[in-house]
Design a protein around this ligand. Structure first.
Ligand SMILES: Cc1ncc(COP(=O)(O)O)c(C=O)c1O
Ligand SMILES: N[C@@H](CCCC[NH3+])C(=O)O
Length: 472
């Protein structure tokens, strides 16, 4: 074993708790772009430079500046198609726009024939501005305001997912006043402990979403909907959480929701439940953030869900309900990466014989809060050149006045990384741009779409004027 007295953390000297995975077995391995982590149309050329859809990241960085979100349009569209094919009907797949939304992306989703899930008046406004067909929009949220519910009814959204007793009364009143009948689903808390970060699990009892199945609230919610003149029950909804790899949580949720539907039919009669032909099983399918992650393909999830829903319905003598799903992360997550420029590098002593290398980039927790918020792990590569230097365990940090401003906690970067190099972080399409802030008054980065050698700006970089635009 080599000794690195007071040296950086090389392959043979790693601290406990390293989240970067095993050390690369050879130099040059840090160059690899693992295909299930990086956008489908990204590759490292013979010159060592990474290109996405044929476009050189150095030129994109030159033209649009850094940090920069690069969105591989064909990757995004191909994942929409994978889901549509898996579930046999594009409209049964509701892209969860909370993961990432702008008008152009809403148009792609519409063109691919998918439906859209929105969960605020703002998301609804973006979708409508894009000309997204309102009848393919589902409106979510645990505390939709009267204004939001009114906007949804006036727009003619396909369905509203009800989340509280207050909301049932409110929406009924709004719809009745307008002489409308609003199709609704009742969100059921199915009591499943999803194996994911506590902050993004949503089907256990002790959290804010949905009506409890176990406590009988879901059945009571359905009873109230059936009595409401302005509402029509379209079905039941369950969303167990996000970034989930195991199929068992989805299976259990499907099983419980269909069983509830059968019980409700027994209680209220087939006629009363005739319009309730859908079980929406939400989103949540995990993606590969690192080469070690092994997510389930949508086709596998679909076939399990079809089997369970079919079997459960048959056992209960129920017509087989339609299945809807709401993937967000699994569609946009892997399609996008963030490109940063390295600014400063520091080796910080951890003890007497090792140092940690801190590589500072020109963004940070303002464009990706997920590492600080959920201990998320990411894969990062040097993309402006290849490197033969020995890998060094490094920490990529941002430029904010906060020591928790970490982009990638541990990763193996070439030991010769230098200011001016470009680093990219993979799989930043979901919940990064949309959760971005202006902390330390940093402007939000631009989002550029790339396709077949052409780049198109979807969202421009914020300017100092933008930062000042709310001042009165
Ligand atoms: C109701 C609902 N549907 C869909 C999603 C999308 O989840 P994901 O991006 O994990 O697919 C979410 C977010 O967790 C959600 O709350
Ligand atoms: N924002 C979370 C996912 C929450 C999804 C919405 N219910 C994340 O980044 O993983």
């Amino acid at each position: 074993m080599r000794a690195h007295p007071a040296g950086p953390l090389h392959a043979d000297v790693v601290p406990p708790g390293n989240t970067a995975g095993p050390s690369p077995s050879s130099t040059g391995e840090t160059d690899l772009l693992h295909p299930h982590v990086w956008p489908r149309n990204s590759e490292r050329g013979a010159d060592g430079v990474v290109r996405v859809a044929g476009l050189d990241v150095r030129e994109l960085a030159e033209q649009y500046g850094t940090p920069l979100f690069v969105l591989d349009e064909d990757d995004f569209r191909s994942r929409c198609r994978d889901y549509a094919e898996a579930f046999g009907d594009p409209a049964a797949v509701h892209y969860a726009s909370k993961a990432f939304l702008c008008t152009e992306v809403a148009r792609w989703v519409a063109e691919e024939g998918l439906s859209l899930d929105v969960c605020s008046g703002g998301e609804l406004a973006v979708a409508l501005r894009a000309g997204f067909p309102a009848e393919r929009i589902t409106f979510h949220g645990n505390n939709k305001s009267v204004a939001e519910l009114t906007a949804a009814v006036d727009a003619g959204v396909g369905s509203v997912v009800l989340d509280s007793f207050h909301e049932i009364a409110r929406l009924d009143h709004i719809a009745t006043q307008r002489g409308a009948t609003q199709r609704v689903l009742v969100r059921v808390t199915v009591g499943v402990e999803a194996h994911t970060h506590e902050f993004i699990a949503t089907a256990h009892e002790d959290q804010k979403f949905g009506f409890s199945l176990a406590a009988g609230q879901a059945a009571e919610a359905v009873a109230r909907v059936l009595k409401a003149d302005g509402l029509e029950l379209a079905g039941l909804h369950s969303h167990i959480g996000s970034q989930i790899f195991e199929v068992d949580g989805f299976e259990l949720a499907a099983h419980r929701v269909v069983r509830l539907l059968a019980e409700l039919r027994e209680e209220h009669g087939a006629d009363a439940l005739a319009s309730a032909d859908t079980v929406d099983l939400g989103g949540g399918l995990g993606i590969a953030y690192t080469p070690e992650d092994d997510p389930m393909p949508p086709a596998q999830l679909a076939s399990r869900l079809f089997e369970i829903v079919g079997k459960e319905a048959e056992n209960a003598g129920l017509p087989v309900p339609k299945i809807a799903v709401e993937p967000g992360r699994a569609i946009v997550g892997p399609s996008m990466m963030t490109v940063y420029e390295v600014g400063t590098i520091k080796d910080v002593a951890l003890g007497s014989d090792v140092e940690r290398r801190y590589v500072s980039v020109d963004g940070g927790m303002s464009d990706n809060i997920r590492t600080s918020l959920y201990d998320a792990v990411y894969d990062s590569r040097l993309v402006s050149r290849s490197a033969e230097a020995e890998p060094v365990l490094s920490r990529i940090v941002g430029k904010h006045c906060e020591s928790g401003d970490v982009v990638v906690r541990d990763c193996w970067l070439p030991g010769d990384i230098a200011p001016g190099d470009l680093l990219a972080v993979a799989a930043t399409g979901a919940y990064c741009y949309v959760m971005a802030s202006n902390y330390n008054r940093l402007p939000k980065p631009p989002v550029v779409a790339v396709r077949a050698g052409q780049a198109r700006l979807l969202l421009r970089r914020e300017t100092e004027d933008d930062l000042l635009r709310l001042e009165v």
